[in-house]
Write a protein that binds this ligand. Sequence first.
Ligand code: SF4
Length: 505
Amino acid sequence: MEFLAASLLELITQTSTNLPPDVRAAMSLAANAETPQTQSSQAFDIILANVDMANDDAGPICQDTGMPTFIVHTPVGVNQIRIRRAIREAIAEATRLGKLRPNSVDSITGKNSGNNLGVETPVVHFEQWEEDQIEIKLILKGGGCENTNNQYSVPCDLDHLGRADRNLVGVRNCILHAVWLAQGKGCAPGAVGVCIGSDRAHGYELAKGQLFRTLDDVNPDPVLADLETEIMEEANKLGVGAMGFGGQSSLIGCKITAANRLPASFFVSVAYDCWAFRRLGVRLDAGTGAITEWLYRDPARPVERMARGEGFPLTGREIMLTPPLTEAQMRALKVGDVVLISGEMFTGRDNVHSYLMKNPPPFDLNGAVLYHCGPVMLQEAGEWRVKAAGPTTSIREEPYQADVIKRYGVRAVIGKGGMGKKTLDALQEFGAVYLNGIGGAAQYYARTVEKVLGVSLIEFGIPEAMWHLRVRQFAAIVTMDAHGNSLHAVIEKSTGEALESLQKA
Ligand code: SF4
């Protein structure tokens, strides 16, 4: 097995940095369906450019490289203990090289292991089979989309759709509801893997397993094939749009399986994956561990470029911001404005927000821009370098954000997916704004960072530390302003009305 380590490292690197062809094709279709010049179309411009940048630089497509989950098939007699050990070593090496973000956190102590190894991390499922090669599939599914997974115990009542009964219409309603609920929080447009039936735990596992199907395959079960088609057509009438900005595309894939259930239980489990749908696989020679074949790829087809133009075409209407920002500047902004930030900003996510509730900030945040981001960072020649730095889901900071803004004078918060009423009220009272970055565009935003000026709270681990950055022309859209307006609330309402129009008895 002299090539096993290199093969696994290549699989992890390619999965993290090079979007598979079926996802690229689905994203191209979705992007072309958007009306040019809309916010959703602008988000696609950045997303597509980001996909190319990641492949060009072999950098992570998104900074959240997720929970690495491997499905391994081995011929009878192959030593699975050795393969598990090799997977763990390859995961640690890929993390050291900046292809994966250190993502494994001890759930009791809160300590990040720093190398993506820990209790039950990575996740590895083994199966034996009667073929003579080893097959290893990998999916990297990040926390933002993982948090939008949903499980329904039917019969149940659903917002905007009424009752979901124990039949296929009820299942349909649950899936549409899950897509609606995800809005832009899971970096739409996304794909859903669904399991009808089974028990709670295995249902989720089977739902995630559906994400290993290619987006363009056809379900061999004609009933499920029809349901997948129906969900794709109807979900794309909801109007979620890229990043939840409103638009034509909500879903790039729907894959459904069914499993037997207990008479008393009827679960519909939905695993939502974002547009950064990172899943690949390889077949290995069982003697040497060398790659004999890539799965999900056509060796005859070169990697297609995705970008339409330069990434984010400037219109001249963008508003330039240079922190520290003033109250008057923020009150002049309104929902829909596109801003370009040049100057200093600070990252801060879950641990930082919790810390700021009890402790003063390590940096002066008066007039500051606070970026909800857990970057991938590497130290090179004694200096920190940003390897990937897109926004994380902001709603997790809702319990803290209003206090942080008012206590410390933060004038702009950048994240994705929007925030709630408490934050909106604080923006209005204090004179601040919420800016939506493009989720998953980790390479695009990493390139806006001119210099890492410092870091504090590094004891929280790399993603959770407070990084002090100097950026140039960091693009974001005002989605919550200082006048009580929220694009997220508007889209949630309009998509809810669209969902209502899809009611079916
Ligand atoms: S694209 Fe968005 S949802 Fe997906 S892993 Fe990245 S941040 Fe999370």
